[in-house]
Design a protein. Structure first.
Length: 317
């Protein structure tokens, strides 16, 4: 990743561009690519460049997401925009996008990889657009106000996270299959696995936002950002009394949500069975992805994919 990011980069701009990648992270998406390549009968080294592409798509989306949400903390560190300014963060994101095209050209089967890259970014953008329209306040631009969702049922939420999160993890697994020059049937199996693993990943992310303690992010960030697109919030609204539902929605619709407001939201959510129900939703997706893997021959690569899927739902950060 660093080799591609540093190519053609002015020395003064270097720390801005590298900040997001050097901040670390779980690197779980490239791990899915490497394990998928192995599970499809390929060599890990054939998937290294595609794995770098997948992780840089993720880092690119985080830079842009923090600009959109005015995020201050990411991975326990200041975001690119917080440390270097919004303008520099935007330029860094633009640089990442050009680097991604360069990487795709160096991947095995570059035409397929570039198509995968473009489709993934398009889906991520649409998922982000929906996520913004699920917000209940905080943005007053005419388009957003006119198209904002007043109600988000579970199926609509699942559609959004499928685009915003699951599609990239699905692409990570597909990239591994392409790297291994696998049969279409094997790539399709990896695609199904990656989709369900990605859905589980986002549901647990939502769970940790409300119930987690050591995530490297602000606790209750979704509540502070007026987000209705969170599994724990949506499931709690299904259970709360009408009076408590109004109270929770009132918090989300305040122009500025304070820490005190967030604490009130936590107390309301705690009245429900949401903790257990959100975890069950994630484990249902885990079951789906493991069932998809049963179509592959047993191998160390398949074992690694199973372990990664287990980590997705058991993680605490």
């Amino acid at each position: 990743m660093l080799r591609y990011l540093c190519r053609g980069l002015d020395e003064v701009f270097l720390p801005v561009v590298l900040h997001q990648t050097e901040a670390g992270g779980k690197r779980i998406r490239p791990a899915f690519t490497l394990a998928s390549c192995e599970a499809a009968g390929g060599r890990e080294e054939d998937a290294l460049v595609p794995a770098a592409m997948i992780e840089l798509i993720h880092n690119y989306s985080l830079i842009m997401d923090d600009i959109i949400d005015k995020g201050m903390i990411r991975r326990g560190l200041p975001t690119v925009r917080a440390k270097y300014s919004e303008v520099m963060a935007l330029l860094a994101g633009m640089f990442y996008r050009e680097v991604l095209d360069e990487i795709a050209e160096d991947c095995p089967q570059p035409t397929k990889m570039r198509t995968l890259l473009i489709d993934t970014i398009k889906e991520t953008i649409e998922g982000e657009r929906l996520d913004i329209l699920f917000e209940q306040a905080g943005r007053n631009e005419e388009y957003i106000v006119q198209n904002r969702f007043a109600n988000v049922p579970l199926n609509l939420y699942l559609n959004m996270i499928g685009k915003k999160t699951a599609h990239l993890i699905q692409a990570a697994c597909v990239a591994g299959g392409i790297s291994a020059n696998a049969k279409d049937s094997v790539v399709e199996t990896l695609s199904k696995f990656g989709w369900s693993a990605g859905m589980a990943f986002q549901v647990i992310d939502d769970f940790l936002d409300v119930f987690g303690e050591k995530t490297g992010k602000e606790k209750g960030k979704d509540i502070l950002e007026h987000k209705l697109g969170n599994a724990a919030i949506i499931l709690s609204l299904e259970e709360l009394s009408q009076e408590d539902k109004v109270r929770l929605m009132t918090v989300l619709r305040k122009e500025r949500v304070t820490d005190t407001d967030a604490q009130q939201a936590f107390r309301l959510i705690a009245k429900t069975q949401t903790r257990a129900r959100t975890q069950k939703l994630a484990f249902d997706f885990l079951k789906e992805c493991k069932e998809a893997l049963s179509e592959l021959s047993e191998s160390s690569g398949r074992t690694k994919l199973e372990a990664l899927a287990d980590f997705v739902v058991s993680r605490v950060y």
